[in-house]
Design a protein around this ligand. Structure first.
Ligand code: V47
Length: 367
């Protein structure tokens, strides 16, 4: 299919030509695409951008998560996971319990351990360094992708040291990448409504900027489909694109769809799969400088993930091994999220792409 085969107005056609010629789109182009471009055309453009970056390949990895605690200082209204320290559903694993969790999953083929949890008021940066150190002692070959910018800012500020010094301490303990969580939505007004007491957008962006300057690569996310407008989503993408222009430290961008089960914004409902397709496509088209866009299957479900591979995603995350509760507690389809490598490969192949195993840094793994 060619661009001229689409029955579209001249403004949309012009933006389409720019995208196909690797010209960056503006915020007003993005808004116009969202409002006026037919869905198949968005899929066509996003797939063209995806192919220019990763050809016919789609990535997966062999990973699991460690969620040390669901006790959290902050009160994000979208969170279905946080509990007060006295709740019967609260957990706060000791380092020994974390070692047991890791030992149970310490298969030689795992390449990444993703550690993320609540911001527990009692823990210190030394405790988190020790946690990373112990995980590395059990699985020295894995990359540890750990802690959202919000967790990092809290532990580093509490230690009274600079972000540079704190991130270097964690790096020296074995942290090699930072996940994208905590970004939510950067628009300050919307952010103050959905996560009133959490770190602000500037703090999130600063932690990632400092990490990039130190050579620590990171991911970025957006939480979409709640009370934000399309303009707020584009503003969020713009701030990611601007930071990426400075140091190229983001590996992947992950649009996270708001799931509404069991939290204090449940009445909002969830957006449709059409909106998921549009959000994935717009992210791929707008973020011309971010190498990978991830369709995170534990949150989207397997069927939607497969569908989104035709809207610009080139990564589906990994095996997980029933190790994360953030999405199951928020109502995701898979209540015990686990995929075998064969299933991951099957999902990618059904969408017409070639599945490629990667490590945290998108190096291909040839077994
Ligand atoms: O920041 C919490 C989101 C994030 C809900 O970097 C919710 O590879 C939807 O960032 N509905 C944490 N989303 C998880 C995260 C992540 C996940 C997978 C891979 C990577 C990566 C990062 O989860 C939070 C928040 O935006 N979240 N509650 C909810 N009800």
């Amino acid at each position: 299919m060619k661009l001229d085969d689409f029955d579209i107005c001249e403004d949309i056609k012009k933006i389409g030509y720019n995208v196909l010629n690797f010209k960056r789109i503006t915020d007003s182009d993005a808004l116009l695409l969202w409002d006026k471009a037919p869905l198949p055309f968005l899929g066509f453009l996003a797939s063209a951008v995806k192919r220019s970056k990763s050809g016919n390949e789609v990535y997966y990895n062999r990973n699991f998560h460690v969620e040390p605690t669901n006790v959290c200082l902050f009160n994000c209204r979208f969170c279905s996971y946080k509990r007060g320290a006295d709740s019967p559903d609260a957990w706060n694993y000791s380092l020994e319990e974390i070692e047991t969790i890791v030992k149970e999953r310490s298969k030689s083929y795992i390449t990444e351990v993703h550690i993320v949890g609540g911001v527990h008021p009692q823990h210190t940066i030394e405790y988190y360094c020790e946690m990373i150190h112990r995980v590395k002692a059990i699985m020295p070959w894995v990359s540890i992708k750990a802690f959202t910018a919000i967790e990092l800012a809290y532990m580093i500020e509490k230690a009274g040291i600079s972000y540079e010094a704190g991130l270097l301490m964690l790096k020296e303990s074995g942290m090699s990448a930072i996940p994208g969580g905590g970004a939510e939505i950067f628009n300050e007004d919307i952010r103050s409504k959905i996560c009133p007491d959490k770190g602000d957008s500037k703090q999130w962006l600063k932690i990632h900027e400092v990490a990039h300057k130190l050579g620590i690569t990171t991911n970025a996310t957006i939480l979409y489909g709640h009370i934000e407008s399309v303009a707020d989503r584009i503003d969020h993408l713009r701030r990611i694109r601007e930071l990426q222009d400075l140091h190229s430290g983001f590996n992947a961008f992950i649009p996270l769809k708001y799931r509404n089960f069991g939290n204090s914004m449940s009445e909002i409902g969830e957006v449709s799969v059409i909106e998921d397709m549009k959000m994935m496509a717009l992210s791929r088209i707008y973020l011309d400088n971010v190498p990978h866009i991830k369709a995170y299957w534990p949150m989207l479900g397997k069927n939607t993930t497969e569908l989104l591979l035709t809207f610009g995603a080139d990564d589906i995350d990994g095996t997980i091994d029933d190790s994360t509760k953030i999405y199951s507690m928020a109502g995701a389809e898979d209540q015990t999220p686990t995929m075998s490598v064969d299933e991951l490969i099957g999902l990618v192949s059904k969408a017409g792409y070639v599945a490629v195993e990667r490590d945290t840094f998108y190096n291909k793994i040839n077994l």
